[in-house]
Write a protein that binds this ligand. Structure first.
Ligand SMILES: CC/C=C\C/C=C\C[C@@H](O)/C=C/C=C/C=C\[C@@H](O)CCCC(=O)O
Ligand SMILES: [Zn+2]
Length: 629
């Protein structure tokens, strides 16, 4: 293990991979990828005799060197015993010692196995079209090592080319520019090039019955044929969103910005795979109300994909900056009040996660120590929202004009690099000193950096966000809290007038007040917010339990399950049957599991065990852990 990255077993201090070539075939019958990878490696130390790579769940068949295009004799290799967190180190013994600056090409023949957690093979039944199987990979955080042997650390950035052989009539896509495709019997070979260096977690694959709808000169959406029209409508403004992003930051350099809408088991809202952002179908709301997610994934084209965290302890550099850019784009697209409303919702999400993890839990540090911690087990809203609030606070402290130019300096200086928190901080001090002088430096001296970076819990400073869009949502919550059993004063049109995110403020407000009541604090004299008659009336009036907007449905269920309302159990099971996005699935299972007196714990465990194999392995592992199974 290297001090550069505690979550990688590769000898990062001795070698760095500069590029790879993947030649893979997709076998849907055996549910595996097989073929080879060629790694072009630069030696960083002297007298090097071994290349050590990350693997997890791979079967390694052979290794050899390639010298001037010809393969050497087979190299001896060993696959270490599997580490439960980080997989198996693959140690390849070189034929002769190498020194700093030497270049090595190593070719490894391998295949994935059913332990390759990056991969999810879907049966036709799990797709929208129900005719063909589907494959997609999710490699962030440390799953690329289960897709191909590599230095699976964001401290290493690689160019890549790939040939992907898939059975006809399916389409193969990757996080790169498509350069050609050719027919081979009953298969198609799709070829790709990624000419901007990326970390291993951004090398991904998707194969399925897919159609493409062009949205602009750089943009398109891919989806199953049954969804392509709805997706084309939802993302009609995508080209404009890309233009807004580059007007706020710097020019967009990746060539294409396409979207791929996955089947509902995709475990995240989106994943910023370069040239081809993967998105969940749960964001196809039919009213374009959830495109802030697209703004987020697009923003990663700068923060995360160009300027990358060196390891997962500095993940906030990816997500805090991206959330900051996302909210700037939202302000341009939907107005500053909406951007500030999302900031308020983000703080509520942060508070909820910190309460769940524990206010003294060191994994709620903005820069946590992840030695012997799987990054996914540290995943929460902290890197997103505590990181965003730090950057927002610094912008307010130092001024909009300085901050706008600093953003450009930060992206230009660190593009194509992998950095740590101090790299960001050092550049900030350098630019403030140059542009703001003594006055700016004295402002920086007021920043409690240690609390921001190294202390658990909520941020040391509370930013104040515009609350004008909250008024209508809070007022509606107040009216429900003042009821005495007669609900005839309420109607669905007044609820539907609220924006999606105002509805989430409404539910969060009710949930927060219900939690206070459950803890014995009802000083405000509100009606009993756990009263089944009230919840039943709200559900019926607003048609919540099977609402087509997953954010609204989930927001309602978080409140109703928190109130131990058994009348929503069917809908709770319904949402975890309908999709596998962890943002919704994990809280629903956790809340249902806490409804012990109502039998929710039994229902949660039975439902999970019934659905476990329909979830992506990442989701299945974390929900199993949440339920204590
Ligand atoms: C301190 C945390 C350290 C490391 C975590 C690193 C990676 C976490 C890994 O689990 C991957 C996360 C991928 C997230 C992808 C999309 C998110 O931006 C959105 C998640 C919420 C949603 O579904 O909208
Ligand atoms: Zn993100």
């Amino acid at each position: 293990m290297s001090s550069i990255d505690p979550n990688s077993l590769s000898n990062l201090q001795d070698i760095t991979t500069k590029s790879i070539h993947l030649d893979l075939a997709v076998d849907f019958d055996k549910k595996l990828l097989h073929g080879h990878v060629v790694l072009s490696v630069e030696v960083l130390s002297s007298n090097l005799s071994q290349v050590v790579l990350d693997t997890n769940g791979l079967s390694i068949f052979s290794a050899c060197e390639i010298n001037n295009g010809s393969e050497s004799s087979k190299l001896e290799f060993t696959l270490a015993e599997k580490d439960e967190l980080y997989g198996s180190a693959l140690t390849i013994n070189l034929l002769s010692a190498r020194n700093k600056g030497d270049k090595i090409q190593v070719k490894i023949e391998y295949q994935t196995t059913d332990e390759s957690a990056a991969l999810q093979f879907l049966t036709p039944q799990q797709t929208r079209g129900k005719k063909y199987p589907f494959l997609f990979t999710q490699c962030q955080s440390i799953y690329a090592r289960s897709m191909f042997p590599c230095q699976d650390s964001p401290s290493v950035k690689i160019l890549y080319t790939a040939n992907l052989r898939t059975p006809k009539p399916l389409v193969g896509l990757m996080s790169a520019i498509s350069v050609s495709s050719r027919e081979e019997d009953d298969h198609t070979v799709f070829s790709f090039e990624q000419n901007i260096p990326v970390p291993s977690y951004l090398v991904v694959v998707a194969v399925g019955d897919l159609r493409r709808h062009e949205l602009g000169p750089r943009t398109a959406v891919w989806a199953e044929p049954e969804m392509i029209d709805a997706c084309a409508y939802e993302f009609e403004n995508l080209e404009h969103i890309v233009s807004v992003g580059e007007s706020l930051i710097t020019p967009y350099v990746w060539g294409r910005y396409d979207l791929l809408v996955l089947p509902p088991s995709f475990p995240y809202g989106g994943m910023e795979n370069p040239c081809l952002t993967f998105v969940t179908p749960t964001m196809i709301a039919g009213d374009r109300s959830l495109v802030d997610l697209i703004s987020h994934e697009l923003a990663h084209s700068w923060s995360g994909n160009l300027v990358t965290t060196k390891n997962w302890e500095h993940f906030w550099l990816n997500e805090g900056w991206t959330t900051f850019f996302e909210r700037q784009i939202t302000a341009e697209l939907s107005g500053k009040p909406m951007s500030q409303l999302l900031s308020t919702l983000g703080l509520e999400h942060l508070l909820s996660d910190i309460k769940l993890m524990g206010e003294d839990n060191v994994l709620t540090n903005l820069v946590p120590n992840l030695t012997r911690v799987h990054p996914d087990d540290a995943f929460s809203g902290v890197p997103y929202e505590k990181g965003y609030n730090l950057l927002y606070y610094l912008k307010e402290l130092l001024g909009h004009s300085f901050w706008s130019s600093f953003i450009k300096s930060y992206i230009h200086k660190f593009s194509n690099k992998s950095i740590v928190t101090n790299d960001f901080k050092d550049l900030l001090y350098e630019r403030v000193n140059e542009e703001l002088g003594v006055d700016g430096m004295s402002k920086l001296e007021t920043v409690d950096w240690n609390s921001w970076f190294n202390k658990p819990g909520m941020p040391p400073v509370e930013n104040k966000f515009d609350d004008s869009l909250q008024v209508a949502a809070i007022a509606l919550a107040d009216r429900w809290c003042a009821t005495t059993g007669d609900y005839s004063d309420f109607n669905k049109p007044e609820f539907d007038k609220l924006y999606t995110h105002q509805k989430l403020i409404f539910f969060n407000e009710l949930k927060s007040r219900q939690e206070k009541q459950a803890a014995g604090d009802n000083q405000a004299g509100y009606t009993d917010l756990s009263n089944p008659n009230l919840l039943d009336a709200m559900d019926s009036l607003y048609e919540l339990s099977f609402c087509g907007n997953f954010e609204v449905r989930a927001g309602w269920l978080y409140y109703a399950l928190g109130a131990h309302y058994k009348g929503c159990f069917k809908a709770a099971v319904g949402i975890v049957e309908d999709q596998g996005r962890m943002k919704f699935t994990r809280p629903i299972y956790r809340l249902l599991n806490k409804c012990v007196e109502e039998g929710g714990d039994k229902l949660a465990k039975e439902t999970f065990l019934r659905l476990e194999n329909t979830y992506h392995p990442i989701c299945a592992r974390l929900v199993r852990k949440d339920l204590g199974l």
